[in-house]
Design a protein around this ligand. Structure first.
Ligand code: DOR
Ligand code: ZN
Length: 426
């Protein structure tokens, strides 16, 4: 069989690293063999499936001073992400088919990796045509940067989840109950007080009680992780690298860099999140990449909430494997396999027939994260100086997008995988 290209190295197949070669044809993995002639040989370096990031805010259209679809997907590529799911809190807020068309027009010309456009709901309007072309529906239960709050009582929630089961699309919840919230904060401690743990835990409790399939974004509290033990079949959740690695007591160059919703919490929360992630209670890691400009982050009180992270999430967590915080197998599951299984099953695994989305990593190549080396427009990171293992190369559908740490991709190469109506990506 003739391949378009073939690469070889220590390949992660069936949860093991084996010396193997991957033959790629027509953008898919066509064969996995002991060796393939003329393959590009990565020697003892590790070849993993690329990562699906289920939660990013690329800000385009409307807030392109913070990020746009080119810089957002470029940053994703450098972080080993071959597909990112963009959230609807752009301008205009994305909930109608017309807005989806406009956003798609922009994204399709700028994206360097694949993507999906998640839609939201406004005034209880669910646009069927838009939903059919979206990986999921996002519901904001509480106010946050640019999010349209959906006030749903238990009945409305059940009704919505029943409808969404018919569509076969996951519903992703920003789970915080607004009734517990205060306002105004001048530092991280006060910000945490204004959005207390109980606010998240009660929201999660209400959601899982429905027993309906759904996905809980960015779990951040020990109480939330505890409540999740009672989740039903088909209910999944994610945690971010910032909630796993930062607390209100972390050292920040500027405290506003740690201002995010849900807020950074205490050490005991962080430790409980690691346990829940290791034990299979939390299923996956998202970046919740939420860039804002350095100028916007100058004053704590007025700074918008959000932390950029699409480029640093996989590198930070791989470095945690080195520190013994999580096993390599579990890290691959939560960073790569589980997000793909939940949202984008054509990716996230090295198997014949899957998209040829691959990263090459060297676990010995640990570097210090520096904002100036990152590609987001944000230009800052709360992870400055922390260790990361960045992918050396990235292939998206067989195309080399990153080669030896350099961008080799092309604007407009990235595809929206959900634009064919009524077809779920296989
Ligand atoms: O801190 C946050 N920032 N939380 C959100 O839910 C939205 C996000 C943003 O878009 O900036
Ligand atoms: Zn978000």
């Amino acid at each position: 069989m003739e391949f378009d290209i073939a690469i070889s190295g220590r390949v992660y197949i069936h949860h093991q690293l084996v010396d193997a070669a991957i033959g790629i044809k027509d953008r898919k993995i066509a064969a996995i063999k002991k060796s393939i002639q003329n393959s590009i040989d990565f020697g003892s370096k590790i070849i993993l499936p690329a990562r699906v990031d289920p939660h990013v805010h690329f800000r385009d259209p409307g807030f392109t001073e913070k990020e746009d679809f080119f810089t957002g997907t470029l940053s994703a590529a450098f972080g080993g992400v071959s597909c990112a799911l963009d959230m609807p809190n752009t301008q205009p807020f994305l909930y109608r088919y017309q807005n989806l068309g406009e956003k798609e027009h922009i994204a399709s010309r700028k994206a360097v990796v694949d993507y999906g456009l998640i839609v939201g709901m406004r005034n209880r309007i669910l646009d069927e045509k838009a939903l059919n072309r979206s990986p999921a529906l996002k519901i904001f239960m509480a106010p946050t940067t640019g999010g349209i709050v959906n006030n749903l009582d238990d009945l409305a929630l059940q009704y919505l989840l029943n409808i969404m089961m018919e569509y076969g699309k996951p519903v992703i919840f920003h789970a915080e109950e607004p009734s517990y919230m205060g306002d105004g904060a001048e530092n991280l401690k006060e910000h945490l007080k204004s959005r207390p743990n109980i606010s998240e835990a009660e929201a999660i409790r209400r959601l899982i009680k429905t027993s309906k399939p759904l996905h809980i974004a960015h779990v951040s509290t020990k109480e939330g992780a505890e409540v999740l033990k009672n989740r039903a079949e088909g209910q999944s959740s994610e945690v971010t690298a910032h909630h796993l690695l930062l607390t209100i007591d972390s050292d920040f160059e500027n405290e506003a860099y740690g201002k995010v919703n849900p807020p950074l919490r205490k050490r005991e929360d962080r430790d409980a999140l690691w346990n829940a992630l290791r034990n299979g209670i939390i299923d996956m890691i998202s970046s919740d990449h939420a860039p804002h400009t350095i100028e916007e982050k100058e004053e704590f009180e007025t700074a918008p909430s959000g932390i950029p992270g699409v480029e640093t999430t996989l590198p930070l967590i791989l470095a945690q494997v080195k520190n013994g915080n999580i096993s390599f197998e579990r890290a691959v599951e939560v960073l790569i396999e589980n997000p793909a299984k939940r949202f984008c099953p054509q990716k996230g695994s090295i198997e014949v027939g899957k998209d040829a989305d691959l990263i090459v990593i060297d676990m010995k190549s640990v570097t210090k994260i520096r904002a100036e080396d990152l590609h987001s427009k944000a230009g800052w990171t709360p992870f400055e100086g922390m260790e990361g293992i960045f992918p050396l190369s990235l292939y998206v559908r067989g195309n080399q997008v990153i080669k030896n740490g350099n961008f080799e991709g092309e604007k407009g190469f990235g595809r929206n995988l959900w634009m064919q109506p009524h077809t779920k990506p296989e």
